[in-house]
Design a protein around this ligand. Structure first.
Ligand code: CA
Length: 236
């Protein structure tokens, strides 16, 4: 199971407990908050893998918070599942229009919630699923934390593995150091940008014997880019 932190925003303690127990049992790290302000403070330092959001909360409402997250470049890609007692069609439409990826009505089945979380993560954050990723002859197996390049096993440290997983699921775009800190380290405040360079260097070194280091390019003044077969058909 790939590590994923789920942030819950729920002011009803009984439901918050059900979420914490069931999500924890399913293997997720859970951070529970009871209002938007608390959730916002946490997100300032660390981006969660997914948010379970109640609608009626003290202070700002769930949809207001979802809109705020979608309007901020740093948080716009966090998957959000709205979990609410509001069951009307117009509520669902409003929730989805606010930027939520899914909408679940209370009372809910914890099993269904977990299935929906997995579906949203598969769609939105492929680096947090166990799906095998491959580019050319480079294969990454999240379930066993194995990387095979041209039939040769490549040994990587935990951070390099996570970094490669993120690169391979986000190819052909420039990824800034801050973006990588947020997405791979989950923290862009306390970790320095040059940490990214250190781990990229280690990753490249590990990939060199198979030639796949060529797919990981440095973009001057921008960050890093991982090339897929779509844009680099002649490789290797
Ligand atoms: Ca509530």
């Amino acid at each position: 199971m790939v590590q994923c932190t789920i942030l819950t925003v729920e002011d009803e303690p009984a439901i918050s407990d059900i979420l914490r127990v069931n999500l924890g049992f399913a293997g997720y790290d859970v951070i529970s908050t009871s209002n938007v302000l608390q959730a916002e403070n946490l997100i300032k330092t660390s981006i969660p893998g997914l948010i379970i959001l109640d609608w009626m909360l003290p202070g700002a409402s769930g949809p207001t918070f979802a809109k705020r997250l979608r309007n901020d470049k740093r948080t716009q890609n966090i998957p959000i599942i709205m979990l609410t007692a509001k069951a009307l069609e117009e509520n669902k439409i409003e929730g989805l229009n606010a930027g939520c990826d899914d909408y679940i009505v209370k009372p809910f089945s914890p099993k269904e919630l977990i299935a929906r979380i997995q579906a949203v993560l598969r769609r939105r954050l492929p680096e947090l699923t166990e799906d095998v990723v491959s580019i050319f002859g480079l294969f990454l197996y999240p379930a066993t934390r194995t990387v095979i390049g041209n039939t040769q096993e490549i040994t990587l440290g935990p951070k390099e593995f996570k970094l490669l997983h993120y690169f391979m699921t986000h190819t052909d775009r420039v990824l800034s150091r801050i973006h990588l800190l947020d997405q791979v380290w989950g923290d862009h405040v306390f970790v320095e940008e040059r940490t990214v360079d250190v781990h990229v260097r280690r990753l490249r070194k590990a990939l060199t014997s198979t030639g796949f280091h060529k797919l990981l390019q440095t973009v001057r003044g921008g960050g890093y880019k991982f090339i897929s077969e779509k844009t680099h058909q002649s490789f290797p």
